[in-house]
Design a protein around this ligand. Structure first.
Ligand code: ADP
Ligand code: MG
Length: 400
C-alpha cells in the first residue's frame, strides 16, 4: 500500500525525521488560510498524488505550464497555484499519460537549499536484508542517475541481527561528502528512516531530495513510503491512510473479496485457479500475440460467491475484449465455477467472447451446466487450445 507525501512526513516526523512545517488542504481557501497561519515568507504548494516526478510534470489542461510543485510568496500566488492544481489532472513520468486527478494539496514552508541528496531504504529480496541507497545527486529521478552515473549510487545493507550501526551512517555521510554537524544530522536522519521502516513494516522509505541547508542542517523535502500489504493487519492505523482514489478500482474490489488480483493493461481477462497456472495462462496468451488484462487466482477453496465476484470484476473491466477461464479442479469443483460464471454473467451481462477450459473434479457436471446455460461459451480442451480460441475470437470480433 502506498500513501501520500504528507502522510509519510507525519509518520516519519514521529521517528525523529527533520521535516518542514506543512498542512494538508482540499480547497484554494484552505490553502490560503494554511499559508497565512504558517506565517513564513515562502510556501511550496504541492500536489498530493501517489506518484513522483510532480515538480517536472504538467497538468493535462496546460501541457506547457508549471508542474505539481510550485513556490508561492503571497496569498494571491497560493490561491492561484491551488486553483490551478485542485481537481485537475497531473501527468508525470510515473503516472503514465492518463495522469492523476489532484484532490489534496500540501502547503509546506519553503526552505533554503544548499545541496539535494537522495536517500532510500528498501528490501533487497536477494539477500533478504534492508538496503540503504544514497546519492549526492538528489532531486532528480534516481533511475536516471543509476543509468548515467552508476558510480554515484551508494549502497549498504543492514544486518538484521545487528540493526543499523552508527558507523554505517557515518561512513555513508563521509561518502556523501558531508562534514561537521551535517554528519550527525545524517546519522539521525538514517536512524529515523530505519526505525520507521522496521516499526511500520515498510517496503520502501524514500527521501528525495534530502536537503542540506546552507547552515549544514538536513531536511526531508519529499517523502515516499510503501507498506507490505501482508503486514497491514499489524497496523490498523496505517489502513486508515489508504486513499481509494489512488488505487485501481479493480484491485480494490478484488481485495474486498480476498482475491489475488493484479490489474494489467492488456485486453484478455483471465480467471484461473492457482498462481502458477495463472502465470502460465498469461504467458500463453502473450505467446498467441495478445496481452492479459489481469492476473487473477481465485484460489483452491473459493465459494461460488467469491468466484462470481472474481468473474464480475473481469466482466466489468472496460479494457477486456475477451475472457479466458482456465480451471484445473482439485479442491475447486468445476460445477462451482460453472454456476458462478452463469450467476455473474446474468447479473452483469456477457458482452465479450468467453472461452472456458475445465479439467478435474466434476468436469462433466461443470461442462453440462455451462452448455445448458444458453450463454455463448466457447469450450476448450487444453490450455493451448483455450489461448488460441480466445485470441481468434477477440480478433474476429475486432474485425467485425
Ligand atoms: P517530486 O519528486 O514529485 O517532483 P518534490 O517534493 O521532490 O516532488 O519536489 C520537487 C522539487 O521541489 C524538490 O527537488 C525541491 O527542489 C523543491 N521543493 C520541494 N519542497 C520544497 C520546499 N519545502 N522548499 C523548497 N523547495 C522545495
Ligand atoms: Mg521528490
Amino acid at each position: 500500500m502506498n500513501i501520500h507525501e504528507y502522510q509519510a512526513k507525519t509518520l516519519l516526523r514521529r521517528f525523529g525525521m527533520p521535516i518542514p512545517e506543512g498542512r494538508v488542504v482540499r480547497s484554494p481557501d484552505e490553502a490560503v488560510s494554511a499559508a497565512r497561519a504558517m506565517a513564513v515568507p515562502l510556501v511550496v504548494v504541492k500536489a498530493q498524488i501517489h506518484a513522483g516526478g510532480r515538480g517536472a510534470g504538467h497538468f493535462a489542461h496546460d501541457p506547457a505550464g508549471k508542474g505539481g510543485v510550485r513556490l508561492a510568496r503571497t496569498p494571491d500566488e497560493v490561491e492561484q497555484a491551488a486553483g490551478a492544481m485542485l481537481d485537475h489532472t497531473l501527468v508525470t513520468r510515473q503516472t503514465g499519460p492518463a495522469g492523476r486527478v489532484v484532490r489534496r494539496l500540501y502547503i509546506e514552508a519553503g526552505c533554503d537549499i544548499g545541496r539535494e541528496l537522495y536517500l532510500s531504504l528498501l528490501v533487497d529480496r536477494a539477500t533478504g536484508r534492508i538496503v540503504i541507497v544514497a546519492s549526492q545527486d538528489g532531486g532528480m529521478a534516481i533511475e536516471d542517475v543509476a543509468e548515467a552515473t552508476p558510480e554515484r549510487i551508494l549502497k549498504d545493507s543492514i544486518d538484521p541481527s545487528v540493526g543499523l550501526a552508527d558507523y554505517q551512517a557515518r561512513n555513508l555521510a563521509a561518502r556523501l561528502d558531508l562534514h561537521g554537524r551535517s554528519i550527525r544530522a545524517f546519522t539521525a536522519v538514517l536512524r529515523a528512516a530505519y526505525d520507521a521502516f522496521v516499526a511500520l513494516d515498510a517496503s520502501v522509505v524514500e527521501i528525495n531530495p534530502l536537503v542540506v541547508t546552507p547552515a549544514g542542517g538536513l531536511l526531508a523535502l519529499d517523502a515516499k513510503m510503501s507498506f507490505d500489504d501482508n503486514a497491514l493487519f499489524r497496523h490498523p492505523e496505517l489502513e486508515e491512510l489508504r486513499d481509494e482514489n489512488e488505487e485501481d478500482p479493480r484491485e480494490r474490489e478484488a481485495a474486498r473479496h480476498g482475491l489475488a488480483y493484479v490489474g494489467l493493461d492488456g485486453t484478455i481477462g483471465c480467471m484461473v485457479n492457482g498462481a502458477g497456472l495463472a502465470m502460465a495462462t498469461m504467458d500463453i496468451i502473450k505467446m498467441e500475440g495478445e496481452e492479459p488484462a489481469n492476473f487473477l487466482d481465485v484460489g483452491g477453496g473459493a465459494t461460488q460467491e467469491r468466484v462470481a465476484a472474481a468473474f464480475r470484476i473481469v466482466l466489468s473491466d472496460r479494457k477486456v475484449r475477451g475472457i479466458l477461464v482456465n480451471i484445473f479442479g482439485g479442491i475447486m469443483r468445476c460445477d462451482i465455477i460453472a454456476e458462478a460464471i452463469i450467476a455473474a454473467s446474468h447479473e452483469t451481462g456477457l458482452h465479450v467472447p468467453l472461452v472456458v477450459r475445465l479439467a478435474g473434479t466434476n468436469v462433466e457436471l461443470g461442462q453440462d451446466i455451462l452448455s445448458k446455460s444458453g450463454l455463448r461459451i466457447i469450450p476448450a480442451d487444453d490450455l493451448a487450445d483455450a489461448a488460441r480460441k480466445i485470441v481468434a475470437a477477440v480478433r474476429e470480433e475486432g474485425a467485425a
